[in-house]
Design a protein around this ligand. Structure first.
Ligand SMILES: NC(=O)c1ccc[n+]([C@@H]2O[C@H](COP(=O)([O-])OP(=O)(O)OC[C@H]3O[C@@H](n4cnc5c(N)ncnc54)[C@H](OP(=O)(O)O)[C@@H]3O)[C@@H](O)[C@H]2O)c1
Length: 298
């Protein structure tokens, strides 16, 4: 057990789930001197944490009963339901606070919020936007949603996770909604990068040769995120300097080059299809951001 002077009974947390992220969260709590009880479905994943001062529990119910605050971090909400909705766990959670940092859909977060309300469990949802090495450092980024009062009450313990915490509002699904939108950017970009590595490889360009140029392309994106946000908010969609018709032409070249090498171009074909549809609706002189408005039409 840590001998930090910050260690008081109020500064106690239970962490359910000791995958890579759960271990990082529990490790940061222990390092900050918070009394940390841990539990994981598969035994043995707590070994290092116990050596650092965490307390092992023999069941999830025993774990949640050990602290006023439980943080859950599992693969998805099927897993978190499987653990939390056991009768013994739900009744041990009654009157305590549950912070679910498991990633899933906004709908699952709201459903868990309703279940928690019905069982007298104080509930906050959240998402972790940065990888495990950032946890407990200034580089961690966590978002939260649910009752603001509850968030403020537990913020001193959650601060042990380091970095930036943002409370996004009272709707418990809002953190998951941000997470989904942000992961949409991440996975679409990752799909583009692995595809580019394959196409470049087929053209005799090694991944190491491409990488510095890829970073240059990445650097173009942040100002565009802001500019297109303004476009979509204002309905401006200016295509000055880069109209959609030109974007379609550029995308077609990538599809043709990929397919000439027998490389699946399905992801880009889908994006090109959206751009063509938007041009077909009469928006060829608008910018790429117009697609967001077309996609959102009901
Ligand atoms: N790793 C990252 O860099 C990162 C970054 C941001 C967000 N996240 C999010 O953090 C969450 C946890 O991620 P992770 O990296 O720790 O690994 P993970 O593989 O997503 O989750 C592993 C955890 O889920 C548990 N689990 C899986 N199925 C279960 C079930 N049916 N019942 C009970 N427990 C179950 C595992 O228990 P067992 O050990 O028993 O299998 C383990 O504790 C995910 O939602 C992930 O999206 C992760």
């Amino acid at each position: 057990m840590s001998s930090s002077p910050l260690l008081t009974p109020e500064r106690a947390v239970t962490v359910i789930g000791l995958g890579p992220m759960g271990r990082a969260l529990a490790g940061a709590f222990v390092a900050a001197g918070v009394r940390t009880t841990v539990w994981n479905r598969t035994p043995g994943r707590d070994r290092e944490l116990l050596a650092q001062g965490a307390i092992g529990a023999s069941s999830a119910a025993e774990a949640v009963a050990a602290s006023p605050l439980t943080v859950v971090c599992l693969v998805n909400y099927d897993a978190s339901d499987a653990v939390l909705r056991q009768e013994a766990v739900a009744s041990a959670l009654k009157g305590r606070t549950l912070v679910n940092l498991t990633a899933d859909t906004p709908g699952r977060a709201r459903d868990t919020g309703r279940w928690a309300d019905a069982h007298g469990i104080r509930y906050l949802d959240g998402a972790i936007m940065t990888p495990t090495p950032t946890i407990g450092t200034p580089h961690a980024v966590l978002i939260h949603s649910g009752p603001g009062e509850l968030y403020r009450e537990h913020r001193p313990v959650l601060d042990a996770l380091g970095g930036t915490h943002t409370h996004l509002g009272e709707d418990v699904g809002r953190a998951a909604a941000y997470d989904i939108a942000l992961l949409d950017i991440f996975w679409t970009s990752m799909a583009g990068y692995v595809h580019a590595l394959a196409v470049a490889g087929a053209e005799g360009i090694s991944p190491r040769e491409l990488a510095p140029f890829a970073q240059g392309i990445g650097a173009i994106l942040p100002p565009l995120f802001q500019e297109w946000a303004e476009d979509v908010e204002s309905g401006g969609y200016s295509g000055e300097g880069n109209p959609l018709t030109s974007a379609v032409s550029s995308m077609t070249h990538i599809v043709h080059t990929s397919e000439a090498h027998g490389i699946d171009a399905g992801v880009l074909r889908a994006a090109e299809g959206l751009a063509r549809r938007t041009v077909g609706l009469g928006h060829g002189t608008d910018g790429f951001s117009r697609i967001a408005e077309v996609l959102g039409r009901r």
